[in-house]
Design a protein around this ligand. Structure first.
Ligand SMILES: Nc1ncnc2c1ncn2[C@@H]1O[C@H](COP(=O)(O)OP(=O)(O)OP(=O)(O)O)[C@@H](O)[C@H]1O
Ligand SMILES: NC(=O)c1ccc[n+]([C@@H]2O[C@H](COP(=O)(O)O)[C@@H](O)[C@H]2O)c1
Ligand SMILES: [Zn+2]
Length: 324
C-alpha cells in the first residue's frame, strides 16, 4: 500500500516540477557546451573571455653582441617571466638581431663572427633565435626599421598557407581538407599576428635622449606602436629617466620595466677587456661562444682599435639630415 503512495507522490512532484526540471537540464547543457545547443554566449561573458586571451609577443633584442654574454640570454628569460606574470601576454619567440658592421662602433668585430657566436650561444634554447637580416644589410639600419621588418615578416608568416610553411621549414605536411578554399589565415592556429616588442637594457632607453643619436619620430614609433620591455641595469635610473622625458612619460604604459633583483654587471666591454688581458671569462660567456673566441683568437689590442676615430653611424646620419 505504502509503495503505491510513494510512487503516486513521486509522479505528483515530477508533474508539478516538470518545467523547472527541463529548465535545469537546459541550463546544465548550456553551461557545458553553449554552441552545441545553438546558443551564443551572452555578450558580456564573451567580452570577459576575450579579456583573458593573452596577446602573443615576440621579443626583439638589437645590439652589438660583441661578444654575446650570458646576460644577453638572461634578458630574454627575465622579460618573458615578467610578461607572463602580468597574465596578459604570451611570449612566443625571442630574436637576437646583431647590428651590422656599418654601425662603426669602436672595437666592433665583423658581423660574421658576432652572428656565429650568438648562434652558438642560443643552441640550447628552444625559443630564442638569431636573425641575420639586420647585419646583412650594407648600410646601418635604424632600430625602428628593424622592428618594422620583423613585424611585417610575422604578418606575412601568419598569412602563409600550411603548405608554404611546411615547404619553408623543409618538410611535407598533410593538407587539412577542412582548410581548402578558405583564407589561409583561418587555417593557421593563430588568428592574431604576434606583436614585436623591443627588448633592451636601461642604458639603451636612456640613450634615446642623447642628441642626434635617435630621431624623435623613431622613439615615438618604437614606444607607442611597438612597446618596450626594459631590464634594469646598474648605473641607470630608468624610472627617473622616464619621469624626465615627456615622450617616454606620455607612453609609459607601453614600457614594461623589469627589475633584475639578481643584479649583474656583465657587459661586452668588460668581457673584451678581460680577454685582452688574458683573463678568464668562463661562465660569463656561453661555453660554445667562448670556444669560438678561443679558436679564432678574437678580441685583442688590435681588434679594439677597429673604427677608432670614426663617428657612430646614427650621429653621422642624424647630423647630416638635421644640421641644427
Ligand atoms: N648587464 C646588463 N643588464 C641589462 N641589460 C643589458 C646588460 N648587458 C647587455 N644588456 C642589453 O643587451 C642589449 C645588447 O647590448 P650590447 O650588445 O650593447 O651589450 P653590452 O654588454 O651593453 O655591450 P657593450 O659594453 O659593448 O655596449 C642592450 O639592450 C643592452 O642594454
Ligand atoms: N636611431 C636608432 O635607431 C639607434 C641609435 C643608436 C643605437 N641604436 C641601436 O641600439 C643598439 C645599441 O647597441 P650598442 O649598445 O652596442 O651600441 C644597436 O642595435 C643600434 O643599432 C639605434
Ligand atoms: Zn651596450
Amino acid at each position: 500500500m505504502w509503495v503505491t503512495d510513494i510512487t503516486a507522490s513521486y509522479f505528483r512532484i515530477v508533474k508539478s516540477h516538470y518545467l523547472l526540471l527541463m529548465f535545469l537540464i537546459l541550463l546544465l547543457d548550456f553551461i557545458s557546451n553553449p554552441e552545441a545547443i545553438g546558443l551564443n554566449l551572452w555578450p558580456p561573458v564573451r567580452a570577459m573571455e576575450k579579456r583573458t586571451e593573452r596577446t602573443e609577443v615576440v621579443l626583439l633584442a638589437t645590439g652589438s653582441f660583441n661578444p654575446v654574454t650570458v646576460m644577453h640570454l638572461r634578458l630574454f628569460e627575465l622579460a618573458r617571466d615578467h610578461l607572463h606574470e602580468t597574465g596578459k601576454y604570451k611570449v612566443v619567440k625571442g630574436i637576437i638581431s646583431p647590428v651590422g658592421d656599418a654601425y662603426k662602433k669602436k672595437g666592433l668585430l665583423e658581423a660574421s663572427h658576432r652572428l656565429a657566436m650568438a648562434e652558438l650561444a642560443t643552441k640550447n634554447t628552444d625559443w630564442v633565435e638569431v636573425d641575420a637580416w639586420e647585419c646583412s644589410q650594407t648600410e646601418w639600419v635604424e632600430t625602428v626599421r628593424v622592428m618594422r621588418h620583423h613585424q611585417q615578416k610575422l604578418e606575412a608568416e601568419c598569412q602563409e598557407s600550411p603548405e608554404k610553411v611546411a615547404h619553408r621549414k623543409g618538410h611535407k605536411r598533410k593538407r587539412d581538407r577542412s582548410c581548402q578554399d578558405v583564407p589561409d589565415l583561418n587555417c593557421s592556429n593563430r588568428k592574431v599576428v604576434p606583436q614585436i616588442r623591443l627588448l633592451c637594457g636601461a642604458d639603451v632607453l636612456e640613450s634615446m635622449s642623447v642628441p642626434n643619436l635617435w630621431k624623435d619620430e623613431d622613439v615615438l614609433e618604437i614606444i607607442s606602436r611597438f612597446g618596450v620591455v626594459c631590464i634594469s641595469r646598474l648605473g641607470n635610473d630608468i624610472r627617473k629617466f622616464i619621469y624626465e622625458s615627456d615622450i617616454l612619460w606620455k607612453h609609459k604604459n607601453n614600457i614594461h620595466l623589469v627589475e633584475e633583483w639578481i643584479s649583474n654587471d656583465i657587459s661586452s666591454t668588460k668581457i673584451r677587456r678581460a680577454l685582452r688581458r688574458g683573463q678568464s671569462v668562463r661562465y660569463l660567456v656561453p661555453d660554445a661562444a667562448l670556444e669560438y673566441i678561443e679558436k679564432h683568437e678574437l678580441y685583442n689590442e688590435q681588434s679594439e682599435e677597429k673604427n677608432a676615430g670614426l663617428s657612430l653611424e646614427p650621429f653621422k646620419r642624424n647630423c647630416f639630415s638635421n644640421p641644427s
